[in-house]
Design a protein around this ligand. Structure first.
Ligand code: CTP
Length: 404
């Protein structure tokens, strides 16, 4: 898996930097071509000479370097490095560097390359336990993960400071396994394909203050967008109101109502090779949305809302379907699951439908895992075990690839 792969290793300042010498050695032994970029702080822990000897390349770090021998071209080394790498692994990733990457700061070569890179980036957060469990660091890690950075979780144990807790650099083997898994996920096999994904709930306004919504977090749709972008597809993500970061290399269009989602989808569909409707579109909306806030006690009568059906986006896509565009829908069911999903697949004229049952443990709203059954129009049914939403996304994309 690693043979011939270009692996860029970013080293930040931390006592665990010395262990990364073994990472570079093992990657080389596995046949990878390895280059190392260090922050200035990292050079206080391990000398660049050590990494040069282990990697067989001059260590990079000086953004102002003009020495021809270490550079492919002067002035663009950050872009060259980002393009060169099949994967970029930052280990140890200090709290400071994680924060910089979260906010797009790029004051050294390591962080500039992180900002310039479109390829997969793996981070191994490593620091004293109290720094790691600090909510600021935790929030940064979550945000980076949502954007599609891969996190190798730190190990728990004793730190050089004497503190005990999470934050230790994981075993080198665990980092290498993550790199292999990531390379597999970032296979670029969907390069050149345009995929339109919808995600999240829709909000249907009652008045300027209130709305009808649902519990969808958007995580499944965002995972599909992220997975497709990693595999090289050009991805547009039409999202209802969610609290999630946009995955890297994904174009996001924010909408609120079913009608707005309908319009946004139909704007892009003509140029899309596939549409994956993971959004939990509201089925009903208030017939009229009040222009001003509905006041309490305006009448003595009970208040009732007249609801009308929203446009069924997927159904409309199915009825106008051309041969080129693959249509994938979701079905969220609580009973008669298979029968209802088969019915939706047929009536909405879909190529695939992904059945979610709220009965399954680990499936449903807000969680990072899912249990799905994928049905195709030939009647084939595949029930998948409990998986991360990213793995479910790749299962869907594997089947999509076979249809494209
Ligand atoms: N869908 C849509 N537009 C709607 C409602 C649903 O495009 N107005 C899409 C969803 O994104 C999903 C699929 O249709 O991919 C099925 O959604 P689901 O809510 O399971 O089924 P419905 O068709 O709404 O039927 P019901 O709620 O009666 O089960």
């Amino acid at each position: 898996m690693l043979r011939g792969k270009h692996i860029l290793v970013g080293v930040t300042g931390g006592i665990a930097a010395y262990k990364v010498c073994y990472l570079v050695r093992d990657l080389k032994r596995a046949g990878a071509d390895v280059k190392v970029v260090m922050t200035e702080a990292a050079t206080k822990f391990v000398t660049p000479l050590t990494f040069s000897a282990l990697s067989g390349h001059a260590v990079l770090g000086n953004i102002w370097a003009t020495d021809q021998s270490t550079l492919s071209s002067i002035g663009t080394q950050h872009v060259d490095l980002a393009n060169w790498a099949d994967a970029y692994v930052i280990a140890p990733a200090s709290a400071n560097t994680l924060a910089k990457i979260t906010y797009g700061l790029s004051d050294n070569l390591l962080t500039i390359v992180a900002l310039a890179s479109r390829g997969p980036i793996i981070l191994a957060p490593t620091m004293d336990a109290d720094m790691y469990i600090n909510p600021v660091t935790q929030q940064n890690v979550t945000r980076l993960q949502e954007r599609g950075f891969f996190i190798v979780p730190p190990e728990e144990g004793e730190h050089a400071s004497g503190l005990k807790g999470p934050g230790r650099l994981p075993e080198i083997r665990a980092i290498i396994e993550t790199i292999e898994r990531v390379l597999d996920k970032a296979s670029r096999d969907l390069k050149g394909k345009k995929i339109l994904v919808t995600a999240g709930p829709t909000f249907e306004a009652i008045d300027p203050v209130r709305y009808i919504g649902n519990r969808s977090s958007g995580k499944m749709g965002f995972a599909i967008a992220n997975a497709a972008a990693l595999r090289g597809a050009t991805v547009t993500l039409v999202s209802g109101p969610v609290h999630l970061e946009t995955p890297r290399n994904v174009e996001r269009v924010d909408v609120e109502s079913a009608e707005q989602m309908h319009d946004a989808v139909f704007k892009c569909v003509a140029t899309s090779d596939a549409v994956i409707m993971a959004a939990a579109v509201a089925d009903y909306a208030p017939e009229r949305s009040a222009k001003t806030k509905i006041k309490k006690g305006a009448t003595n009568k009970p208040v009732s809302l007249q609801l009308v059906e929203t446009p069924d986006i997927l159904n409309a896509l199915g009825q106008k379907k051309n041969k080129r565009t693959i249509l994938i829908g979701f079905a969220l069911e609580t009973d008669n699951e298979l029968r209802n999903a088969q019915e939706k697949l047929k009536t909405k004229n879909l190529d695939l439908i992904v059945l979610n049952s709220l009965k399954d443990k680990g499936a449903g709203f807000g969680v990072d895992t899912n249990v799905v059954t994928i049905l195709d129009k030939k009647g084939k049914t595949a029930k998948l075990p409990l998986m991360s939403k990213l793995d479910v996304a790749n299962e869907i994309l594997n089947r999509l690839k076979g249809l494209l």
